[in-house]
Design a protein around this ligand. Structure first.
Ligand SMILES: Nc1ncnc2c1ncn2[C@@H]1O[C@H](COP(=O)(O)OP(=O)(O)OP(=O)(O)O)[C@@H](O)[C@H]1O
Ligand SMILES: [Mg+2]
Length: 378
């Protein structure tokens, strides 16, 4: 069963508007592949070209090595799960799952066998006679998966299928979806604007912005080695320091970003003194200490404090007016120790340059002069 998907220079235009720039990509058979990006970046458009709901303006779509560009939806080896699931609420679970098989003329006994097998797979064995309307959100979700799998697709396309569920159920369904994908070995192509979903389930993720893929990588690489400013800001959170390179030694770069001390970071690509570059420091990479700790090179004042459960997020205004976000462990307070991180109080901070990243260039239109260099959080 070859569930490879190849996109060769596919592009989609709606009138004058280009929703998808020419894009080439190979998704491996049996891969859990996600497209991650903000609303309107073109995720559904791209998926619809794979499913056949849209014919690309340019380029080719192949599945299992066979050109599908002009093949209609119902003749492709794909199935799709939509955000609203599109189940038949008044029909039984069995009828919902067996519907696609009935249309294809599969006999009654075979249909029922297949439905029972799939109900076991999605952990809903024995509920075939229930009307769908009586199921919970998570159960409906699993019926939608069973129904999509009934027609034995080689590729399952999922367009934000968990967005209607509450947080706990969403997290639970991530594990379930991943397990179902492993068991069946089907290629899953998953669309989401939720980075947590993409990072926890996927073998690889394509991060999209404005109709273009910015980076394709496994989740760890995306987080540790984002290749563009957009990815650095969209996947996880980052503090940006645009500046000019003053020295380069080995893989480490020294940057003048207008702060009292020079900044150092690990270069993602070759840089020369004089080049414009941006250092990215994640909130968890800061070490925050008391105002009297002179071993820490940067001084600041705590502007705000957000309780996040396991950690505190501090917004710290550095001496030059730039604001950074830092995570500090939450354990201190529960130990009965008075926290030194109070809004309005001074602190000092540092980070370890080794784990950080310096990318070439500075993003114009970012808020350098406003002093708020915190990258957007997804
Ligand atoms: N049929 C269409 N005609 C004209 N423009 C369209 C059409 N379909 C999509 N677009 C535009 O293409 C862009 C991408 O839309 P798309 O639905 O692919 O985004 P998305 O990434 O799936 O967003 P969301 O996360 O909100 O679902 C949007 O600007 C949208 O307005
Ligand atoms: Mg969409």
């Amino acid at each position: 069963m070859d569930g490879r998907v190849n996109l060769s220079q596919v592009a989609m235009r709606f009138g004058d508007f280009t929703a998808i720039q020419p894009t080439s990509l190979e998704i491996a058979s049996g891969e859990f592949f996600s497209f991650l990006g903000p609303s309107g970046c073109g995720k559904t458009t791209l998926l619809n070209m794979i499913s056949g709901f849209l014919t690309p303006s340019e380029g080719l779509v192949a599945i299992g090595g066979v050109d599908m560009t002009r093949v209609p939806v119902n003749r492709r080896p794909t199935a799709m799960i939509f955000q609203n699931l599109a189940l038949f609420p008044l029909m039984s679970v069995y009828r919902n799952i067996e519907f696609g098989l009935e249309v294809r003329g599969v006999d009654r006994k075979k249909r029922r066998e297949k439905a029972d097998e799939l109900l076991d797979l999605v952990a809903l064995g024995g509920s075939g006679d229930k009307p769908v309307a009586e199921l919970s959100g998570g159960q409906k979700q699993r019926i939608a998966i069973a129904r999509a799998l009934a027609v034995e697709p080689r590729v399952l396309l999922l367009d934000e299928p968990l967005s209607a569920l509450d947080l706990k159920l969403r997290q639970h369904m991530r594990t379930e979806l991943k397990a179902i994908q492993r068991k069946t070995g089907i290629t899953f192509i998953y669309i989401t604007h939720d980075q947590g979903e993409a990072l926890t389930m996927s073998d690889r993720v394509a991060v999209m912005c404005d109709g273009r893929i910015q980076q394709v990588a496994d989740p760890m690489t995306l987080y540790r080695q984002p290749r563009t400013d957009f990815v650095a800001g969209f996947v996880g959170e980052n503090n940006r320091f645009p500046g000019r390179v003053t020295a380069v030694d080995g893989g480490m770069v020294t940057l003048d970003a207008g702060l009292p001390a020079p900044l150092r970071g690990a270069a993602a690509s070759p840089l020369e003194p004089g080049d414009e570059a941006t250092l990215y420091v994640r909130p968890e990479q800061w070490r925050v200490g008391s105002a009297s700790d002179s071993s820490l090179p940067f001084g600041g004042v705590i502007q705000a404090e957000h309780f996040e459960g396991a950690w505190l997020t501090l917004e710290i205004a550095l001496e030059q007016g730039r604001t950074v976000r830092a995570h500090v462990p939450q354990a201190l307070e529960s130990d009965g120790v008075e926290s030194s991180f109070k809004v309005g109080s001074a602190c000092r901070l540092d980070y370890s340059p080794r784990g950080t990243l310096v990318l070439p260039g500075v993003e114009r239109g970012q808020s350098d002069e406003e002093g708020a260099d915190v990258a957007a959080t997804a």
